[in-house]
Design a protein around this ligand. Structure first.
Ligand SMILES: Nc1ncnc2c1ncn2[C@@H]1O[C@H](COP(=O)(O)OP(=O)(O)OP(=O)(O)O)[C@@H](O)[C@H]1O
Length: 621
């Protein structure tokens, strides 16, 4: 069963109600041309939303969705034409394509289905790409669709227009589809799939480490967006009463992208606002472009004024608001009273447990080379639940590389990492969390444009049972780390210490058996560091987790850890209790150099040991 959250319903209504109002008022009070303009607004809105479902959630700018509009318009137009008109307009049509004479609605559904099939075929390779490479591919798709339609003149009439597509798209016809598009887009944005895709848009590596299969979600959003665009195309074809490939090319792409970017690429409310604003600008500038007379003054025609005007509008908005007028959040997420209407998330207390005595994380002879540089060699240790293992070493010793190898972010060149017998290196990155591993990062990797609650909810989605609300679970973990009050804030706006705690809450929400923490105290003041230490001790005892902590704060390591592993230049030079490590001459030498180590050794008195002499040095590093 799909869980629809109250906040999603509030979000849909916030956007849908003004659209309904505009449409009904226009249908009641405007004349023919005004009504046509509003109908076109509704059709464009569906297309812009289609663009936004893919581009807004994945962060990949699509130039290809007008290709799906062309497919939708062509298929629906062809299927609904009267046979007699079709014979004249498209005399060379093969028999199997001719004479379908379908009603509007089934033809539109088939058009959307064809759009989806094409999207599946293109989406399989496309989903492997991200960033500008994917954007260029979508542009390639648009060009291919255009060329195929123009080149197939026996079935499309080539670059010429074919008339005879039944008209009949009015405000009343377009409105239900626009409302459906709004609902689909918002439901998708807020559901687990949409949330995961938005997380991967923010940081694909961090999203993968909490179980997000970014390729799968890019693929799904591409198909949903394509279906909406095909629907918009079909409506557009029936609105025009004709089909021509040139109507579905760069000009339309430019205008729809302008709407999307101006309003804000990642929100449905931005799509509505952007579509309305650009259509108004276009309407005004088209009138000016043709030359108008004001009293006795006759303004000349200005070629290209509309396109220049749209370009300037985008530039102006982007100069001030990089993420468009609405930014990254929906209107209802920004307005406090609408947020309250969306309801309160009641936390579910996390399930705590005792350490499992049979579980073990084994690092076996792990090595990693980077083009001749040996970053790690033959590292070997075990971590058990309920234990805190410190991992220390000078800069460049290989600590982060080891954590990356253990968590599957970087494949090990040699050796194995086993969690309860399962080889981490043999599973894809997004499946690693499911074998019991959570982690945080040296350079904080949060989903900065998602809220604090959403950051944790992405992880909770990965492991939540069907009956549990991932948001309620996430709220429970936020309470554990003392961030519940800040749940509605954007993660990127939190203080440094709070961001580190949020990363821990996100990792805990995966319900792991082992937690890898890469410099969790970096950038924290002494009070925050003390709080962190208490939190880590609490996690170890209450959740029965095994913790691997990389830290440069040796005081913290010595106070917190049961065992410490020391790396130097990729080699494991020592392993033991904090007291043993402090006394180890190899460790002292690695940290302060051979010469200084000898000096310390020289300062020894009969009743002092190297460890005592070295302690202030070790602790001051
Ligand atoms: N992706 C990479 N490509 C090439 N070299 C790398 C890569 N990652 C790490 N290295 C190299 O591997 C070595 C170990 O780096 P690593 O970041 O693991 O050390 P570290 O102990 O975590 O250091 P620090 O305490 O400064 O974070 C360094 O020489 C580093 O330059």
């Amino acid at each position: 069963m799909v869980r629809i959250r109250r906040s999603t319903v509030v979000g849909i209504l916030t956007v849908a109600l003004p659209v309904i109002l505009i449409a009904l008022l226009s249908a009641g009070f405007l004349q023919g041309s005004g009504q046509r303009l509003v109908t076109l607004f509704l059709i464009n809105l569906i297309a812009v939303i289609g663009f936004g479902v893919y581009s807004g959630n994945s962060g990949i700018m699509s130039f290809g969705h007008v290709g799906f509009m062309a497919i939708g318009a062509y298929v629906s137009g062809l299927l609904t034409m009267k046979p007699a008109i079709q014979k004249t307009a498209l005399p060379h049509l093969p028999e199997w394509l001719a004479g379908w004479d379908m009603a509007f609605l089934p033809a539109l559904l088939i058009a959307v289905l064809v759009g989806a099939l094409v999207a599946i075929a293109i989406g399989i390779p496309l989903a492997r790409l991200s960033g500008s490479a994917a954007s260029i591919c979508t542009l390639g798709f648009l060009v291919i669709v255009h060329v195929v339609l123009v080149a197939s003149d026996s079935i499309t009439r080539g670059s010429q227009t074919f008339f005879g597509v039944p008209r009949g798209v009015s405000i009343y016809v377009a409105l239900p589809f626009a409302l459906l598009a709004i609902a689909v887009a918002r439901l998708y944005r807020d559901c687990g799939a949409g949330l995961k895709l938005r997380a991967s848009r923010e940081d694909e590596i961090a999203a993968t480490a909490i179980g997000v299969n970014a390729r799968l979600h890019r693929f799904l959003s591409w198909i949903v967006g394509a279906m909406l665009a095909a629907c918009a195309g079909a409506l557009f074809g029936h609105f025009l009463g004709a089909f021509s490939p040139k109507d579905f090319y760069f000009n339309l792409t430019f205008m729809l992208l302008a709407m999307l970017i101006l309003g804000g690429i990642s929100t449905v409310s931005g799509a509505v606002l952007g579509t309305a604003v650009i259509m108004l600008i276009v309407e005004i500038l088209r009138k000016l472009e043709g030359g108008i007379s004001i009293g006795t003054l006759q303004l000349p025609t200005v070629f290209g004024l509309t396109d220049v005007g749209i370009g300037l509008a985008i530039l102006l908005v982007m100069y001030k608001l990089q993420n468009g007028i609405m930014g990254m959040r929906e209107l209802d997420e920004k307005l406090h009273f609408l947020r309250r209407l969306g309801g309160h998330v009641a936390p579910i207390a996390p399930v705590t447990s005792k350490p499992d005595p049979h579980s073990v994380l084994k690092v076996e002879q792990v090595g990693r080379h980077f083009q001749g540089l040996i970053a790690l060699e033959k590292v070997d240790f075990e971590l058990k639940p309920g234990m805190i293992l410190g991992l220390i070493g000078p800069n460049g010793a290989g600590k982060s590389t080891l954590i990356n190898c253990i968590s599957g972010v970087v494949p090990a060149s040699s050796g194995r990492v086993l969690i309860d017998g399962v080889d981490v290196t043999s599973v894809p990155g997004y499946k690693v969390p499911f074998i019991g591993l959570g982690r945080t990062y040296q350079n904080i990797r949060l989903f900065r444009n998602l809220t604090v609650l959403e950051n944790v909810a992405v992880a909770a989605y990965a492991v939540a049972r069907r009956q549990d609300d991932p948001y309620a679970l996430a709220m429970g973990y936020l309470q554990e780390v003392g961030l519940a009050e800040l749940h509605a804030h954007l993660a990127g706006n939190l203080s440094y210490g709070a961001q580190r705690r949020l990363e821990i809450a996100r990792a805990l929400a995966l319900q792991p058996r082992y937690l890898l923490l890469d410099e969790p105290a970096a950038g924290m003041n002494p009070v925050e560091t003390d709080e962190l230490m208490q939190l880590l001790n609490y996690i170890r005892h209450e959740y029965g987790l095994g913790l691997l902590v990389v830290e440069h704060d040796l005081k913290l390591i010595m106070r917190l850890c049961d065992q410490v592993v020391v790396l130097n230049k990729g080699q494991q030079i020592a392993m033991g209790t904090p007291a043993e490590i402090q006394a180890d001459p190899h460790v002292i030498e690695a940290y302060i150099g051979r010469k200084n180590a000898r000096k310390i050794a020289g300062q020894q008195t009969p009743d002092s040991s190297a460890s005592i002499a070295a302690q202030p040095v070790m602790q001051s590093i």
